[in-house]
Design a protein around this ligand. Structure first.
Ligand SMILES: NC(=O)C1=CN([C@@H]2O[C@H](COP(=O)(O)OP(=O)(O)OC[C@H]3O[C@@H](n4cnc5c(N)ncnc54)[C@H](O)[C@@H]3O)[C@@H](O)[C@H]2O)C=CC1
Ligand SMILES: O=C(O)C(=O)Cc1ccc(O)cc1
Length: 361
């Protein structure tokens, strides 16, 4: 934290770009009772975001305290420069890459007061775009990078941290360059891995695809994202991404030799490295990863059954960390996977069985 006492987020908050992220920020701020001004070049997205209650149209004389720029990567630098010139507010952006837009804004530093600009990046989102995908709960418990440049005003940094906290997220302060190396590994490479695996499905025969289970859905989910957005993200972070892709190319060579060899020892080592990688990911709220276990329950396909299952889990006193539903429209029963703390799994299974649920071990 940059300051013992963070500046109060008092509003008005101006959001430039009322899409997935901007509308979500607007919804959170409105829920806090703050005045939110929305701007967007798309009249349709603006109309939708207004209709969702994420904010209002600008009025002459508006004086925002904070401007949040949430436009596509190619438009970010211009929107930051515009906001710094048009207002005396602190300006942040939520772009996925930090060093390139900062350099573009800094190149025009004589025209703008750069001290009021502090970049940031919520590590939350989805494969969907636009205001209809927005949610006030989007940032709950998520990390949100705050990336001040060396000349940033500490009060401006504090105000951006206050926004992050009010959104229910955890601020992580780091330099723009460090941020870009980090997201290459934890966001951009996973995205490209999902794209490559999903790309292999395009020409698959229908009877192969009919066998699809949760694994292929988990690994490919983010590949459904907007290609135009991701092209811009990858172009803005190409150096860090290329370094990692070169490492993955040599991993792939190693993997191919291991699969081709008949001892299996090397393959086990590679698979175990994967295990270690999954355990390196911190748990929710940045805490240590806690071991979880999946409990599978058959849920009859009638209204209210899922609510009854969640209600029973609540009464049993077990917190559900995550949930997945494998729903086969051809069957009267769906398979629900409840991800719970490993130490609670046996207790949950026994208690659900005693309440008449069919579980699968
Ligand atoms: N999609 C995701 O999961 C995440 C995206 N981000 C970053 O947040 C930013 C916004 O992404 P999304 O909300 O997903 O995109 P989106 O496509 O849902 O929303 C972008 C909005 O900006 C508007 N817009 C475009 N150019 C504009 C301009 N010059 N002035 C005003 N409005 C303009 C568009 O009409 C659209 O409503 C991007 O820079 C992205 O890299 C950050 C974290 C997660
Ligand atoms: O959907 C997900 O899980 C994401 O990871 C979304 C996402 C997309 C872009 C970002 O810069 C940050 C997060």
């Amino acid at each position: 934290m940059t300051d013992d006492v963070l500046p109060d987020l008092a509003g008005p908050i101006e959001v430039v770009g009322a899409g997935l992220i901007g509308t979500s920020v607007g919804l959170v701020c409105r829920r806090l009772g703050l005045d939110v001004i929305l701007r967007d070049t798309s009249a349709e997205n603006l109309r939708t975001a207004h209709g969702l209650g994420a904010g209002r149209a600008p009025l002459p004389g508006d004086r925002p305290q904070l401007v949040v720029v949430a436009v596509p990567p190619v438009a970010i630098a211009d929107a930051i420069v515009d906001a710094l010139g048009r207002t005396d507010a602190v300006v942040t952006d939520v772009g996925s890459v930090k060093a390139a837009p900062l350099a573009a804004v800094a190149a025009r530093a004589s025209a703008v007061d750069l001290r009021r600009y502090v970049g940031s990046h919520p590590m939350a989102g989805s494969e969907r775009s636009g205001p209809l995908a927005a949610s006030a709960a989007l940032f709950d418990g998520r990390p949100w990078a705050v990336t001040p440049h060396e000349g940033a005003d500490p009060r401006a940094v504090g105000l951006v941290e206050a926004l992050v906290l009010e959104c229910g997220a955890s601020p992580r302060v780091m330099s723009p360059a460090e941020h870009d190396r980090a997201v290459a590994r934890i966001s951009h490479l996973p995205h490209l891995a999902a794209v490559l695996v999903a790309g292999r499905l395009v020409t698959a025969p229908e009877e192969h695809l009919a066998l699809s289970g949760q694994g292929v859905r988990d690994v490919t989910r983010v590949a459904a994202s907007d290609p135009a957005l991701w092209r811009q993200i990858l172009e803005a972070n190409s150096t860090a991404v290329l370094d990692l892709l070169a490492e993955v190319r040599s991993d792939l060579d190693e993997l191919m030799s291991a699969v081709a060899a008949d001892t299996g020892a090397d393959l086990v080592e590679i698979l175990a490295r994967g295990n270690a990688g999954t355990q390196a990911i911190p748990g929710k709220h940045g805490g240590p990863a806690r071991p979880t276990r999946s409990v599978f329950v058959s849920v009859p396909d009638h209204p209210g059954e899922l609510a009854r299952l969640f209600g029973d889990a609540g009464e049993i006193g077990v917190n559900i960390e995550d949930v997945r539903i494998d729903h086969d429209p051809g069957r009267p029963v769906g398979l629900t996977e409840l991800v719970v703390d490993r130490s609670s799994a046996e207790h949950l299974l026994a208690a659900l069985e005693s309440r008449g649920w069919t579980t699968h071990r």
